[in-house]
Design a protein around this ligand. Structure first.
Ligand code: OSB
Ligand code: MG
Length: 367
């Protein structure tokens, strides 16, 4: 039985500013939901960023959604599954739904002494890690940053690109590190279909994939683009549900999917997308949203499912933060262990978390 729900707001500095085609982040605004009952507390971490630049969601908007529409749906006997059913009529707001569903799921799994990995169907005890490299000032800096990550042991490099920082940086990284480096790019929607010939120049560099070249809404344009560009197209922002994933694959808009549980409303939907892709033989990988240890732990459980055949953006804690809110996730031979304890399998350090928290409110349950 659920006894209480708390909403926590915190902020943590990144080790280095992270620049993408949509903006620069130097700190992560955090929203956690804590659901307690039967002696366990379940945790959810909201993936929304402070501004609506990656997607239409943003963290203050998620807080409003949670307070006004989502938390009021929770009863003492609500489960992650019944919550997912009850929010079907609410359009959008996937990141707000996901944080609460995840906290509910974590609590019920902790109470049942079952790990998120075994609940989801994980088949691997550790996962291969890639790293997402922000846009740098110049190519020399980019080469230095990539070298550092390769030295750390990352098994795959993803370069953020935008018009004006694309062909030459990719060429430089490929020629510096050689043809064995697993390399891919992420445009975060920065191009238009008219840029197809330009993007086709990336075909020369043997990339694993191009992630989300065109705007979120332009799913069909990605199918057109894929007739001009030979490099596989992977969708991130566009994939908001199993239905979109199915249709995108049906029309040839992508051949690979980046699954981010927060973007699709939670781990239950993320698993459905994985299962669908697995049946169709479509490769998936687990994306990231600069999560702290709470969100990272849950992503690692998902990334351990058998269809996650490409290294994910599931990097080590040290890639993001000087100190994480949980015990740090570390890279061992390019891999990170999947937590095995009940629920997400890890707890935050209460004193450190409190030290970065600026607000924590109990939200009364409806009955
Ligand atoms: O598009 O994958 C993305 C971070 C924030 C928002 C969107 C994206 C990203 C990343 C970094 O690429 C992923 C990570 O390391 O967590
Ligand atoms: Mg992306």
């Amino acid at each position: 039985m659920i006894e209480s729900i708390h909403l926590r707001r915190a902020r943590i500095e990144l080790v280095a500013p992270f620049r993408t085609s949509f903006g620069i982040e130097s700190a992560r605004e955090l929203l956690y939901i804590e659901v307690s009952g039967d002696g366990s507390t379940g945790w959810g971490e909201c993936v929304a960023m402070s501004e609506p630049m990656y997607s239409s969601e943003f963290v203050d908007g998620c807080e409003t959604m949670l307070r006004r529409f989502l938390i009021p749906l929770v009863r003492r006997n609500t489960t992650a599954e019944s919550f997912a059913d009850s929010v079907r009529g609410i359009r959008g707001h996937y990141m707000a739904k996901a944080v609460l569903e995840t906290a509910l799921l974590d609590r019920q799994l902790r109470s049942a002494n079952s790990s998120l990995g075994s609940f989801l169907g994980a088949t691997q005890s550790s996962v291969r890690s890639g790293v997402s490299v922000g846009i740098q000032q110049d190519i020399d800096s980019l080469i230095r940053v990539v070298q550092g990550y390769i030295d750390d042991g990352y098994l795959r490099i993803k370069l953020k690109i935008e018009p004006g920082f694309d062909i030459e940086p990719v060429r430089a990284v490929r020629s510096t590190f050689g043809s064995d480096l697993l390399l891919q790019v992420d445009a975060n929607s920065a191009y238009q279909l008219g840029d197809a010939e330009h993007l086709a120049r990336l075909d020369a560099f043997d990339l694993l994939l191009i992630e989300q070249p065109l705007p979120e809404e332009q799913v069909a344009s990605h199918a057109e683009l894929s007739k001009v560009v030979r490099t596989p197209i992977c969708l991130d922002e566009s994939i908001l549900s199993l239905e979109v994933a199915r249709e995108a694959l049906d029309i040839g808009a992508c051949s690979i999917i980046n699954i981010k549980p927060g973007r699709v409303g939670g781990y239950l939907e993320a698993k459905k997308i994985h299962d669908h892709c697995y049946e169709r033989g479509i490769a998936v990988w687990c994306g990231g949203m600069l999560e702290t240890g709470i969100g990272r732990a849950a992503n690692l459980a998902l990334a351990a499912l058998p269809g996650f055949t490409l290294p994910g953006d599931t990097s080590a804690s040290a890639r993001y933060f000087r100190r994480d809110v949980t015990a740090p996730f570390v890279l061992k031979d390019g891999r990170i262990d999947v937590p095995t304890g009940p629920g997400i399998g890890i707890d935050p350090d209460p004193d450190f978390l409190d030290s970065i928290t600026h607000r924590r409110d109990e939200i009364p349950l409806s009955n």
